[in-house]
Design a protein around this ligand. Structure first.
Ligand SMILES: *Cc1c(COP(=O)(O)O)cnc(C)c1O
Length: 403
């Protein structure tokens, strides 16, 4: 094997650290701590209510409800749709374990749809499984948008509601529309690895008055706390005392950390896309690396890059990950570890998982590398150099030994 380049030659950027939280948040957090007002329903104008109004306006939705996580938003969406116990909910097989978990938590049954090597829903499998389900939850995994035109057309024709899991898609558009506003409800995450970082947090948006009223009450707006949501008083009245309370509220500190990041979003989207497209173009020069094309109507907002290794055996794929790590960039191959939460066969809490050959083949050679918006192009080149050189090193050795 070629000796790794000494690490002093290329400065390896840190792809894990978050951006600092804007100064404005620190002042607001200090003010809130000074007042002790941490619960969203204590005051009449909570930072959480302000966040909801600002987020709905930013995305172009009528209503928003901030909650404790995107998983909580997915769970509440299922409950607010009024789906019965045991309802079958289709999800892509390439997603995060919290997604099927939200369905199990809601007393429903996930139905896994195969995904292609472009990380998107396989539309043939979607069509085949649609007649057997009661709802559809589309995870735009790692921000990759499946064919929303085809999905909406099929789901609408079948009369099935679509929930968008847009946890990792804030800022992505499809044919000019914001991801998360295409289905009946869209759910986003403010967990630290997403474009807006509050440590934890989530939000759901919809234009459906009864859906959001039901979700607000179930999120924990007990008694008449729903009056502090400055919309929809009529719809709330209809659901008073008729729904369980799951208490999934967001606290005021989280809202104070999120709100000053909303104006940063456009820059993060722009720089994240620039970084992604720069590294993608460089990786695609390698005979052993393929970065799948997005679908035409999608405009991405990436903070990471995914690519497929091509023409490598399982051993070479493992050697590639080790080589990249030795050079300073950690490459996660989704299907390669025994506990990866994005490999469907590790979701043993579901019992038997179906055989999904396309998704499985993709996960065994698909690589994941973080590429945050704050990186410079020079940082991105350092990452790309390592990813390219690692492939060269592994495959040059194989060729030398004639295997
Ligand atoms: C992060 C993520 C989630 C879970 O979000 P939480 O806020 O951590 O619950 C769900 N789906 C996808 C696609 C994600 O990336």
């Amino acid at each position: 094997m070629l000796p790794p380049k000494p690490l002093t030659q290329t400065r390896v950027p840190n792809v894990y650290d978050a951006e600092p939280i804007p100064e404005a948040a620190m002042a607001e957090v200090a003010r809130i701590l000074g007042s002790g007002d941490l619960f969203r329903y204590t005051s009449d104008v909570s930072p959480v209510a302000l966040l909801e109004a600002e987020f709905a306006a930013l995305l172009g939705a009528k209503y928003a409800l901030a909650v404790s996580s995107c998983s909580a938003a997915l769970f509440l969406s299922l409950k607010a749709l009024g789906l019965p116990d045991g309802a079958r909910v289709m999800i892509p097989a390439f997603t995060f374990a919290a997604v099927p978990s939200s369905i199990v938590h809601a007393g429903m049954v996930p139905v896994l749809c195969d995904c292609g090597d472009d990380y998107r829903i396989d539309m043939d499998d979607f069509r085949a499984k649609l007649p057997g389900v009661d709802a559809v939850m589309i995870s735009h995994m790692r921000g990759h948008t499946s064919d929303m035109d085809a999905i909406m057309e099929l789901a609408d024709a079948a009369g099935l509601p679509v929930i968008e899991d847009a946890a990792h898609s804030l800022g992505t558009t499809w044919a000019g529309r914001n991801i998360g506003t295409i289905g009946k409800v869209g759910c986003f995450s403010f967990q630290s690895y997403k474009l807006i970082n509050a440590g934890e947090g989530g939000i759901m948006i919809t234009d459906d008055a009864d859906l959001i009223a039901r979700a607000v009450i179930m999120s924990g707006a007990y008694e008449h706390n729903w009056k502090k949501h400055p919309v929809l008083q009529e719809a709330f009245g209809r659901w008073q005392n008729r729904l369980p309370l799951y208490n999934l509220r967001l606290n005021t500190l989280s809202a104070a950390i999120i709100r000053p990041q909303l104006p940063e979003l456009a820059r993060r989207v722009r720089d994240g896309r620039r970084n992604h497209d720069h590294v993608a173009a460089r990786l695609n020069t390698s005979p052993w690396i393929e970065v799948p094309e997005k679908l035409e109507p999608e405009l991405r907002a990436p903070d990471s890059i995914q690519f497929n290794l091509a023409g490598m055996s399982e051993a070479e794929i493992a050697a590639y990950a080790a080589e990249a790590e030795a050079r300073g960039v950690k490459v996660q191959i989704f299907g390669a570890s025994r506990d990866n939460a994005r490999a469907f066969w590790n979701w043993q809490f579901l019992g038997e998982t179906p055989d999904l050959p396309k998704t499985r083949a993709m996960l065994m050679r698909a690589c994941d590398v973080r590429l945050p918006a704050r990186l410079t192009l020079a940082d991105c080149d350092a990452v790309a150099d390592i990813l390219l050189d690692a492939a060269e090193a592994v495959m040059a050795e194989e060729r030398a030994f004639g295997t």
